[in-house]
Each structure stands twice: as structure tokens, then as C-alpha cells.
Design a protein around this ligand. Structure first.
Ligand SMILES: [Mg+2]
Length: 231
């Protein structure tokens, strides 16, 4: 019996290549909504400003300063505002089109499927994500991940996002797992690393090789390295 019978994964930027998939959708939105004609300089600037506002919006969401509905459109409203063309209706349309198209993108982080194939025989795999349940389920289906995962726990369903301990507890309950036999893998050293507060071991997926400020014992440059930490 392996020590970690249950391996929980973050989804965005851990298994599912959020950056690449998101950029592809933003390029399409820039063209489809004729954003250049509205005053947005170019697609590169659009993606750069969106990225800034998206990060700020998610931080506000995690800290309880905004809700899921507001987060969705406000990041576009603020991006448009940077180019002097703030428009609430347009922001709502961009938000809806973005989420719909994002779930159709299927690029995974290198090594994802090899890792999944290596783990499935001896481990039960699960997802814990701060994304929206409906969107994340779509990503799981489109990318081919869905059949390999037993459970998915999303912040909007639980009502609280990571790093709140309640989302990790919810995921344990759903999986029928106890902390001592569980490992969580995620790309955010603080938000995902909060699993340790419940006694769930943490592996940090750190492909950009950022300094290990939190002293995480499992610091992975590539997903495949996880296998060596499960023995
Ligand atoms: Mg992530």
C-alpha cells in the first residue's frame, strides 16, 4: 500500500496549461470583438493588462473582497479602462465569451499524461481548484483528464477558496481520504501549500524555479519528478 493513497492536484498551471490556453482565447477575443477599433493598442498589451487585473481580481476573491460573479467581468472592465474604453456591457460579453472558449482549450503542462498514467495504478487522483466548477469540469473533459480523476472540488461549490482549510476538508470528505495518506500538488507555494495546515503533505510544482521561501520539502521542476516523492 503506497503512503499517499490519495493524490490531489491543483488544476490551473499545475496540470492544465492555463497561461497558454488563456492567451489563445484572449488573442481570439481581441480579434472577434474588434478591440483595436475600440482603442486597445494591440493583442500583446491587451493580454498583459488583463493578466495584471486577473491576478488582482483573484487575490481579492481569495481575501473575500469580491465575489465570483463580480470577478468575472470586473477584470475585463478594468483592462478596458486602462485603454480608455471602459464599457460594462462589453466587459460582460468578453467575460462570457472568455469562459465559454476557455473550457474548449486543451493544452496540458508537459508530462501531465505520463504522470497520470504512472500514478493511476496505485493512487486515487483528485482535483482541488479555485476555479469555477462548471468551467473546470469542461476543461477536464476536453483535455482528456476527466476519466482518470475520482473527485473534483471547486471553490464556488464549497463556498470558500484555497487557502481556506474548509475547501481541503471538503475534498478529503468527498474522496473518503484522511490527511496522513494524502498529498496535494500545486503551483502556488502559499495558497496551495496551505494544505499542510490540515496535515496534507504538499508538493510544490515550481517550473520557473522560484526561490523556495516557504521551505517546501518537495520542490518540483517538472511534473515527472513527483513519482520520486511518492515512493
Ligand atoms: Mg494553479
Amino acid at each position: 500500500m503506497p503512503r499517499f493513497r490519495h493524490v490531489f492536484f491543483d488544476l490551473d498551471n499545475t496540470l492544465w496549461d492555463f497561461q497558454r490556453n488563456s492567451d489563445a482565447v484572449l488573442d481570439a477575443l481581441f480579434a472577434d470583438f474588434a478591440l483595436k477599433e475600440r482603442g486597445v493598442t494591440d493583442a500583446v498589451a491587451f493580454k498583459a493588462r488583463y493578466h495584471v487585473h486577473n491576478e488582482l481580481a483573484w487575490k481579492a476573491y481569495r481575501e473575500g473582497r469580491t465575489d465570483a460573479q463580480r470577478l468575472r467581468w470586473e477584470r475585463y472592465h478594468r483592462t478596458l479602462d486602462d485603454f480608455g474604453c471602459a464599457d460594462r456591457n462589453l466587459a460582460l460579453q468578453l467575460s462570457a465569451a472568455y469562459l465559454e472558449n476557455l473550457a474548449h482549450q486543451a493544452h496540458l503542462i508537459d508530462g501531465t499524461m505520463d504522470l497520470v498514467a504512472a500514478l493511476v495504478p496505485n493512487h486515487q487522483l483528485h482535483i482541488i481548484t479555485n476555479g469555477f466548477e462548471e468551467v473546470q469540469q469542461g476543461k477536464m473533459r476536453r483535455s482528456g483528464l476527466a476519466p482518470h480523476f475520482r473527485t473534483l472540488t471547486a471553490a464556488d461549490t464549497v463556498g470558500v477558496p484555497k487557502p481556506d482549510a474548509r475547501i481541503f476538508q471538503h475534498a478529503l470528505n468527498l474522496a473518503g481520504a484522511v490527511p496522513g495518506e494524502s498529498l496535494y500538488v500545486g503551483d502556488h507555494p502559499e495558497v496551495d501549500g496551505a494544505s499542510e495546515a490540515l496535515g496534507i503533505a504538499f508538493a510544490w510544482f515550481n517550473p520557473r524555479r522560484e526561490p523556495n521561501r516557504y521551505g517546501h520539502a518537495r520542490d518540483l521542476a517538472r511534473l515527472e519528478e513527483l513519482v520520486g516523492h511518492l515512493a
